[in-house]
Design a protein around this ligand. Structure first.
Ligand code: NAG
Ligand code: NAG
Ligand code: NAG
Ligand code: NAG
Length: 364
């Protein structure tokens, strides 16, 4: 946008310059009238051609600009479109909720939460208070200041393998990755930019230094109070806790606490209640929880102006031996015990694709 304005003013300068030279030409013409009558016709013709040329060139310029502005708005900045469409899908849709938890909300004024983790913070306030004292909650200035946020949520699906999507993914302003998805060695297919990585302790088996950029935000998606405790101990380098996890989380983690954020459980609640239609009054009956991937899409819907997804979806049931991830051999069978309802989530994502709320970069 700014660039266009710059160009625009330089065109105005040009035309001002042009009219000045027209004026000199005009005075030259007057003096010539006294000298030779025959030459007048010739000079007039040259003058006319020059005027015509300048005007038509400017018109062509203006058309070019209009085209670029239109392209800009349609292709790179569909401002407000995600908001409008999300409001159709998500009842009481609002962008007022902070993305990450903040210390002040648990310090003087405790925001009472109606739900326990992962849908709220009920009962976990004390440990949160300690954890939020060492972590931060801001978005990087480079993302905060964007007029239009184009986001890509990159899933870990096998479809990314040999997809050559790396360059396309790197062009987005915000790239959200999930769990232990590697980047190192897969740049050509999945890109190398990582604005945020959503993870939980059991999925934190990645090297924060090699698989992320120096300014990548590490966003903890907490499923249980133990997750806060793990985060606190690993950041404080305290005595490690080993019990209470369904899979051993890493015990050493080379991450800067200033890069760590705690996802606001509000987005987990919206994912469950509004995208998966889980009855929140009967949570105990419904053991299934949303995946980090779907939560990442929900998060993007609340702060991006464009949400494109890549690497979502699982191999069809006929293809039982096919790996589900682009980087490791795990078959769809292992998802059966994961506590997620994969087919239910797939239909929720399809619905968003069909209504044009999100777009897919790889075949879903
Ligand atoms: C929307 O918000 C109103 C007022 O807070 C509430 O009564 C209603 O239940 C909400 N609807 C949904 C679907 O969440
Ligand atoms: C990906 O490409 C490599 C070579 O570049 C090839 O060996 C491999 O079989 C391909 N994998 C798939 C899943 O197509
Ligand atoms: C998963 O969700 C679908 C609805 O999309 C439901 O019919 C099915 O029973 C659920 N699966 C399990 C294991 O609960
Ligand atoms: C996903 O994208 C591919 C092309 O990239 C397209 O052919 C396909 O129809 C899309 N799927 C859905 C469900 O939108």
């Amino acid at each position: 946008m700014e660039k266009t304005e710059e160009n625009h003013s330089s065109v105005e300068d040009n035309s001002r310059h042009d009219s000045k030279s027209h004026w000199t030409l005009f005075t030259l013409l007057i003096t010539m009238i006294h000298k030779s009558r025959w030459k007048i016709l010739g000079v007039l013709t040259v003058f006319g051609v020059m005027v015509w040329y300048t005007i038509s060139r400017e018109e062509r310029y203006m058309q070019l600009f209009d085209f670029h502005i239109m392209q800009d708005e349609r292709m790179t900045c569909p401002l407000g479109e995600v908001e409008k469409k999300a409001a159709q899908l998500i009842a009481n849709y609002t962008r007022d909720h902070p993305l990450f938890l903040q210390l002040k909300d648990y310090f003087w004024v405790r925001t009472p939460s109606p739900y326990e983790l992962p849908y709220g913070t009920k009962g976990a306030e004390e440990i949160l208070l300690r954890l939020l004292a060492v972590t931060s909650y801001s978005l990087p200035e480079s993302v905060q200041s964007l007029k239009c946020r184009k986001c890509a949520v990159v899933g870990n699906g096998h479809r990314l393998r040999n997809s050559s999507m790396g360059d396309v993914i790197n062009k987005y302003d915000v790239v959200i990755r999930l769990n232990n998805a590697p980047v190192h060695g897969y740049e050509h297919d999945v890109g190398s930019k990582t604005t945020m990585r959503l993870f939980y302790p059991e999925s934190a088996h990645f090297n924060p230094k090699t698989e992320n950029n120096p300014n990548t935000l590490l966003v903890l998606v907490a499923f249980k109070p133990m997750d806060f405790l793990w985060m606190e101990t690993i950041l404080h380098d305290k005595k490690r806790i080993r019990k209470g996890f369904w899979k051993q989380p890493p015990l050493i983690w080379d991450a800067n606490p200033e890069q760590v954020r705690i996802l606001n459980p509000y987005f987990m609640e919206v994912t469950a209640a509004k995208l998966l239609n889980i009855p929140m009054k009967q949570l105990r009956k419904f053991k299934q929880k949303p995946t980090t991937g779907l939560v990442a899409i929900t998060l993007a819907l609340h702060f991006c102006d464009m949400v494109d997804i890549a690497g979502f979806g699982y191999p069809d049931s006929a293809n039982k031996k096919q790996s589900i991830h682009y980087y490791e051999q795990i078959t769809v069978k292992s998802m059966a015990t994961s506590g997620h309802n994969v087919s239910h989530e797939a239909s929720a994502i399809k619905k968003m694709l069909v209504m044009g709320l999100i777009k897919n970069l790889t075949y879903f």
